[in-house]
Design a protein around this ligand. Structure first.
Ligand code: NAP
Length: 248
C-alpha cells in the first residue's frame, strides 16, 4: 500500500543521512519529493537520479534553509512545479560542538540559524499552500539532546529544544486549519554526522541503548512516513522519540 500517493513533500537537508532515507521512503510511497541541500551537488544529483530511475518524481534544490528569502523562493518553485505542498520535513541540521567556555558567537549563531530558524523560515513559506489546501503535515527533526541536554552541545541542544516549543505552538495555532505539526526526537542514529565521534564512545553509546544498537536512517524515515501520512491524522503537537529505548 502506498501511503503518500501524489502528495508533495519538501525535505530540507536530504543529500545524505536521515534526510536521504526520508526522501527514498517518501518516493517509495508515491510522493513527489522536493529536497534541499547546501553544498553536496554531486550527491544531490545522484539521489535525483536514483529516485527517478525507480520511477519516482524527485528534484533537488540547492537552498540554504537558514535564509528566510531562500525558503520562500524554494516553496514558490515547488508550488509552480508540483502544484502544492502537502508535507514539510524540517530536517536540515548541523553541529558545531565545543564546551561553552570555548564556544564562539559564530558557532552559536550558525547552529541556531541552521537548525531552528530554518524551521521558522520553511514553515512560514508553506503556510499559504497548506492553508489553501486546508491540510498539511509539518515534521521537525529534533533530538534526544533537545530534551536531555549534552555537555559540549549547548548550541545544538538549545536549537533542538527550541524546535519542540516551536512544534507545540504551530500545532496550537494551525490545528483548526487541519495542519498538523509534530517533532521527531532521534536518539543515536549512525550517519555522517556521528562519524566524527570517537569509535570508543560510539561503542559505549551502543551498549547503553536497551536495543543494543544505534538507529539507522531508515528507522527515522519510517517514523517520518507515519507522521506525514493519513495514518496519523489525529496526532499533532507531539514529539515521537525514536531511540531504541534510550533514557526511558
Ligand atoms: P548529516 O548526515 O550531517 O546531513 C545533514 C544534511 O543537512 C545534509 O543533506 C546537508 O547538506 C544538509 N544541510 C546542512 N546545512 C543546511 C542548510 N543550511 N540548508 C539546507 N541543507 C543543509 O545529518 P543527519 O545525521 O542525517 O541528521 C539529520 C537531522 O537529524 C539533523 O537535523 C540532525 O540534527 C538530526 N539528528 C540526527 C541524529 C543522529 O544521530 N545522526 C540524532 C538526532 C537528531 P550538504 O550535504 O549539502 O551539506
Amino acid at each position: 500500500m502506498k501511503l503518500l500517493e501524489n502528495k508533495v513533500v519538501i525535505i530540507t537537508g536530504a543529500s545524505r543521512g536521515i534526510g536521504k532515507s526520508i526522501a527514498e521512503e517518501c518516493v517509495r510511497h508515491g510522493a513527489k519529493v522536493a529536497f534541499t541541500y547546501i553544498s553536496s551537488d554531486e550527491k544531490a544529483r545522484a539521489l535525483e537520479l536514483e529516485l527517478s530511475s525507480s520511477g519516482g518524481v524527485a528534484k533537488g534544490f540547492k537552498s540554504d534553509a537558514s535564509k528566510f528569502d531562500q525558503a520562500q523562493e524554494l516553496v514558490d518553485k515547488v508550488v509552480e512545479e508540483f502544484g502544492t505542498v502537502d508535507v514539510l520535513v524540517n530536517n536540515a541540521g548541523i553541529t558545531r560542538d565545543t564546551l561553552l567556555m570555548r564556544m564562539t558567537e559564530e558557532q552559536w549563531d550558525e547552529v541556531i540559524s541552521t537548525n531552528l530558524k530554518s524551521a521558522f523560515n520553511l514553515t512560514k513559506a508553506v503556510l499559504r499552500p497548506m492553508l489553501k489546501a486546508k491540510s498539511g503535515s509539518i515534521i521537525n527533526m529534533s533530538s534526544v539532546v533537545g530534551e536531555r541536554g549534552n555537555a559540549g552541545q549547548a548550541n545544538y541542544a538549545a536549537s533542538k529544544a527550541g524546535l519542540i516549543g516551536f512544534t507545540k505552538s504551530v500545532a496550537l495555532e494551525l490545528g483548526s486549519r487541519n495542519i498538523r505539526c509534530n517533532a521527531i526526537a532521534p536518539g543515536f542514529i549512525e550517519t555522517e554526522m556521528t562519524e566524527a565521534i570517537d569509535p570508543k564512545a560510539v561503542e559505549e553509546w551502543r551498549s547503553s541503548i536497551p536495543m543494543k544498537r544505534g538507529g539507522t536512517p531508515n528507522d527515522i524515515a519510517q517514523a517520518t512516513l507515519f507522521l506525514a501520512c493519513d495514518m496519523s491524522t489525529y496526532i499533532t503537537g507531539q514529539t515521537l522519540h525514536v531511540n531504541g529505548g534510550m533514557y526511558m
